[in-house]
Design a binder for this molecule. Structure first.
Ligand code: KIV
Length: 321
């Protein structure tokens, strides 16, 4: 008991909520089991230690360090400027917080398209230096050779077709794909080619539900939908969209589960106001000193009158009482 009190006094910080019971590690085997049993796979993006930790604590099967972080966390206008080093930095941070979910990292634009050998090298860096467990890359048939080369060296690959944000300038913006029969057929061919090349999972972004459902039925690997309807093998959302943190625009396919932007701005405003009014820090946020040590200190700095002032105040309080 006494030891506890001493320990509490020695610590200068308060423990926050502790995570609930530890989950077992999600692996590719776990994901395949969920897929086989028809249980939807949950994937959520994260861009740093706290967002990775929260996704993990919420029980996500998979955590994606998506290059959407270029826009929602770094303020770029598109995902294209993001560099490999920036992405590795974010991936390592997420990995430190995300211990149980299966961790996938996007290959940044320009790091893998030109040459499959570059793609292999950069993918290995994401597993070796970023602590990712798989990489994700955008594109269909034209990326088949690259996917094959990456998977051949033992790096699991998640494909991504439909709205591929890295190609938004060629697509004419962030637009829904597969709205004509010809485009939809192309998506199906891309999906089959990505599967054939060895990808273990495929993200389907922004396409009509019927097309995504049909593609899902034709494949033997799980599909993860975002704006692709409810019949995919799982779903992914961008965390900053789902929590209402990113408010520059809200894609139609997003559901806002909270409005943290408002909650956080209100909290920061309250702090600002409390500092201005000296309501913060309160006594419970300040560190006490043994009164005898304080007296000694006043004597050391030649401020004896401070002791007298204090005694005077104490006398006044007693008289009043
Ligand atoms: O970058 C990202 O967040 C993504 C998801 C939208 C799938 O690729």
């Amino acid at each position: 008991m006494l030891m506890n009190v001493v320990a509490q006094r020695l610590y200068s910080s308060r423990p926050m909520d502790q995570p609930s019971a530890k989950r077992s590690k999600v692996t590719i085997k776990t994901l395949n089991r969920l897929y086989k049993h028809g249980e939807p796979i949950t994937m959520m993006t994260a861009q740093d230690y706290p967002s990775g930790m929260m996704a993990d604590r919420a029980g996500m099967d998979m955590c994606l360090v998506g290059d959407s972080l270029a826009m929602v966390a770094l303020g770029y206008d598109s995902t294209n400027p993001l560099t490999v080093d920036e992405m590795l930095h974010h991936c390592r941070a997420v990995a430190r917080g995300c211990k149980s979910s299966f961790l996938v990292c996007d290959l940044p634009y320009g790091s893998y398209e030109a040459d499959p050998t570059d793609a292999v090298r950069v993918s290995l860096r994401f597993l070796k230096e970023g602590n990712a467990e798989a990489v994700k890359l955008e594109g269909g048939k034209e990326m088949a050779e690259t996917i094959e080369r990456i998977t051949r060296v033992g790096v699991p690959v998640v494909g991504h077709i439909g709205l591929t944000p890295q190609r938004q300038s060629a697509l004419g913006g962030f637009r829904v794909q597969g709205k004509t029969a010809k485009q939809a057929h192309q998506l199906l061919e891309d999906a089959l080619a990505v599967q054939e090349a060895g990808a273990f999972m495929l993200v389907l972004e922004a396409m009509p539900e019927e097309i995504a459902t049909y593609i899902t039925q034709q494949l033997k690997i799980p599909t993860i939908g975002i704006g692709a309807g409810v019949h995919c093998s799982g779903q992914v959302l961008v965390q900053n969209d789902a929590l209402g943190l990113f408010d520059r625009f809200v894609p139609k396919f997003t559901k806002q589960y909270a409005n943290l932007n408002r909650i956080m701005t209100d909290a920061l405003r309250q702090y600002h106001d409390e500092v201005k009014s000296r309501a913060f820090p309160a006594p419970e946020n300040t560190y006490p000193i043994d009164p005898r040590q304080l007296e000694k200190f006043w004597e050391m700095v030649g401020e004896h009158h401070r002791n007298e002032e204090k005694h005077e105040q104490e006398r006044a309080v007693r008289v009043h009482a």
